[in-house]
Write a protein that binds this ligand. Structure first.
Ligand code: ADP
Ligand code: ADP
Length: 240
């Protein structure tokens, strides 16, 4: 089944064409790399998929698990928000809160109001959050402040929050760009695991072609707001 489709999506910022007729389709459970030089439009595409922005084309549309948003019209933000999780290069966690609370915030994907403290989440929710932390390999840091985690641990905690949210699509915008190689590998391993085991569709934008080749069967490459390659990562040239 198709998890996500983007059709003829275009976006201008003044004179800049950030997206120029982008179309793509992701199968449920696929893990796909998104690569391209800085300024090629990756983040703009990701913001549209996440429902944080609306395209400006006549025909552009984003369809997520059956929920359609017509570019230029009203985005179905609520539909996208519960089902799509986004992880950025950094600042995914609230540093002064515990790691467990940060993961519990995933529940707010369905209960859209901040409930303040850890004490307001019930035991079942806490168990689920702890299980998610174990799943990403960092059960021991649950009680620590998020600000004390290493960069790689922070990304894995953000992935744990995605599991608690029960997102079906995870968009990761350069999640490993700030990490050393061994931390980067662990984060990529977790992404591969949740796509394979949970059927979560993962779109991950990456700086290095090497990681795309190693972790993703398929890579989408962008240049100047357009998709210039969409196919097997093994056939990708080093120019990207
Ligand atoms: P990437 O993520 O691949 O680096 P972006 O999507 O951030 O690319 O940017 C694509 C183009 O759109 C760039 O030329 C960038 O300067 C421009 N752009 C992105 N966001 C904005 C914005 N909010 N306002 C103006 N221009 C923007
Ligand atoms: P070590 O495992 O000894 O700490 P590294 O982490 O630097 O050494 O590299 C180990 C493995 O990670 C190697 O197989 C190498 O190909 C891979 N690797 C390192 N850096 C990158 C990179 N930037 N992109 C892709 N693979 C990398």
């Amino acid at each position: 089944p198709i998890a996500l489709s983007v059709t003829h999506l275009s976006k201008r910022y003044g004179e800049t064409r950030a997206l120029n007729g982008v179309s793509l389709m992701l199968e449920q459970g696929e893990m796909v790399a998104l690569i391209g030089a800085s300024g090629s439009g990756k983040s703009t595409l990701i913001r549209h998929i996440a429902g944080l922005e609306i395209g400006d084309g006549e025909s552009g549309r984003v369809e997520i698990l059956g929920a359609v948003s017509q570019a230029g019209g009203r985005m179905n933000r609520e539909a996208a928000r519960g089902r799509v999780a986004v992880i950025f290069q950094q600042f995914n966690l609230v540093g002064r809160l515990s790691v467990l609370t940060n993961v519990l915030i995933g529940h707010l994907g369905r209960i859209p109001r901040w409930r303040g403290t850890l004490g307001l989440f019930n035991a079942r929710e806490k168990d689920k959050a702890r299980a998610a932390l174990a799943r990403v390999g960092i059960p021991q840091v649950a009680a620590q402040r998020a600000s004390t985690l290493s960069g790689g641990q922070q990304q894995r905690a953000a992935i744990a929050r995605t599991l608690v949210q029960e997102a079906r699509i995870l968009i990761a915008d350069e999640p490993i760009s700030a990490l050393d190689p061994s931390a980067a590998r662990r984060v990529m391993d977790v992404l591969a695991d949740i796509s394979r085991e949970d059927g979560i569709t993962v779109l991950v934008s990456l700086h290095q072609v090497e990681y795309a080749r190693r972790y993703c069967r398929r890579t989408i490459a962008m240049r100047d707001g357009a998709i210039v390659y969409d196919g097997p990562s093994t056939a990708l040239s080093n120019d990207f």
